[in-house]
Ligand binder design. Structure first.
Ligand code: SF4
Length: 465
């Protein structure tokens, strides 16, 4: 019998794209294809691309060229390009003379036939496969092969976005908002827990919109509680909340459910009214402040993560100073800053009032310096306190590493554990010191066997990024 084709997947992009990559791998494995960790040992390579901003598109194009070089040298039989790039630019990619050796361009939500496309390539009966545009349905992510540490997994609660932020191309790539039914979330969460995930990270384009399209009312709190009640799940974290008010019951579930971490990722993007208006954010600066203050007052000890964009067209020195002052005074526990990058196809592309790149860089550095000072101070105050830790794996020196309840995987701070600890373990630990980088904590378990829900034990404050 002919051996099954060997397939390798190269993943680029965000956590939502990672879910797509894991779905692709899950389908290939379920259909009996052999998976390989590297294109060197594969017959066919699949590249799952990102097209969010210019540098991400360039990275995707570089990766396509590298795989095509391998194919030219006879090291691969086929190259499949999937994800956001072909979803958005399929006609252009299809017409590009340098990409004629790509065997298939697959847009989003076209993955049910992936194994057949691979077999057609290895059987030598492939006409160039082109699909795309199938972005209206609700994704089914139940067949999935996790690629990260087993300690956590992302769960996509909805797909697409109904907003119209001037800087963002995502609605054009992923379409209008579609919520998964609660029963589907429960099923998918159980599947992830069965694969060993202790933490489930809820992702969406706008998580606060969950339920609006299907029931006319936001049901994010129910989604969080449903996942948190899944046997085996110990932490549930919510990302990408839109700061235009809060769904009813959200602060209660963040505060009261023991398996829900006191954490919210709530990208504000800016605080100055004229910039928010130009960005077409539905919130005013006042509304954003009220939403954040409400979270702080109704969820004691909450860690708030946000992102801000500096250098949006028309951002004056005064607007920027307002943002900087806000970052310093509100003292987000976690913060990421982005330099504005003009994207063709967005409303902001070609707007007047562009900020010179050197000035964008200066503003970016100023925000980052301000946040570093916040981080340093918060981390210093944590030494000697007790935090709850989830172990993700080991570092290059073999030390166990993980995170506190206040840290999302991949983007926030981490901890290094002094003493033995296994991936997936959750325990209370004492903060001994701060790592030389200033961001990560060194902790020692004080109760390594701690696994059962215990009322009233929460990470207090925690470090900031
Ligand atoms: S809410 Fe987020 S995903 Fe939606 S348009 Fe705005 S930035 Fe893009």
């Amino acid at each position: 019998m002919k051996p099954a084709p060997r397939v390798s997947l190269v993943h680029l992009g965000c956590s939502k794209n990672q879910v797509d990559s894991e779905v692709l791998l899950g389908r290939l494995a379920a259909d009996g294809l052999a998976l390989s960790g590297s294109p060197e040992q594969a017959d066919v390579a699949i590249l799952n691309t990102c097209a969010f901003i210019g540098p991400a598109r360039e990275e995707s194009m570089r990766a396509i060229r590298e795989l095509l070089d391998r194919k030219k040298r006879g090291e691969l039989q086929g190259v499949i390009v999937a994800g956001c790039l072909p979803q958005l630019y399929r006609p252009e990619l299809d017409a590009d003379p340098a990409l004629q050796q790509v065997d298939a361009f697959l847009g989003l939500s076209d993955y049910s036939g992936i194994s057949e496309v691979v077999r057609a390539i290895t059987d030598g009966r492939a006409a160039r496969a082109l699909t795309g545009g199938g972005i209206r349905g609700i994704p089914d992510d139940s067949v999935r092969l996790l690629t990260g540490p087993r300690s956590y997994a992302y769960l996509r609660i909805s797909e697409g976005c109904d907003h119209d932020c001037a800087f963002c191309i995502i609605p054009k790539i992923r379409g209008k908002h579609r919520s998964k039914p609660l029963e589907q979330l429960a099923r998918e969460a159980a599947g992830l827990a069965a694969q060993g995930a202790r933490e489930i990270v809820l992702v969406a384009e706008d998580s606060t919109w969950y339920g609006r399209d299907t029931e006319g009312v936001e049901r994010l709190p129910e989604a969080i509680a449903t996942v948190a009640d899944t046997p085996g799940v110990r932490w549930v974290r919510t990302m990408y909340a839109y700061p235009n008010g809060l769904p009813k019951g959200l602060t209660a579930v963040l505060r009261d459910h023991r398996n829900v971490v006191e954490y919210l990722d709530i990208p504000v993007q800016h605080i100055a009214g004229p910039v928010l208006k130009a960005m077409r954010r539905a919130s005013s600066g006042q509304k954003v402040r009220e939403t954040l203050e409400r979270l702080r007052s109704e969820v004691p000890g909450i860690a708030l993560r946000t992102t801000v964009i500096v250098g949006f067209p028309g951002e004056t020195e005064r607007d920027f100073e307002e943002l900087l002052e806000f970052v310093k005074s509100f003292r987000f526990e976690r913060l990421g800053a982005f330099r504005y990058s003009p994207e063709k196809g967005t409303a902001a592309f070609g707007l007047e009032g562009s900020v010179p790149q050197a000035e964008i860089d200066r503003r970016f550095d100023a925000v980052m310096r301000a946040q570093q000072a916040v981080v340093a101070e918060r981390n210093r105050s944590l030494v000697g306190s007790t935090v709850e830790v989830l172990v993700d794996g080991t570092n290059e020196r073999g030390d166990a590493v993980g995170r506190t309840r206040a840290d999302a995987p991949e983007i926030d701070c981490g901890v290094r554990v002094v003493g033995k600890a296994a991936p997936g373990q959750i325990f209370e630990a004492k903060v001994l010191s701060i790592e030389a980088d200033g961001y990560d904590l060194v902790v020692k378990p004080v109760n390594p066997r701690f696994e059962k829900p215990r009322a009233g034990v929460r990470a207090s404050g925690d470090g900031a990024c």
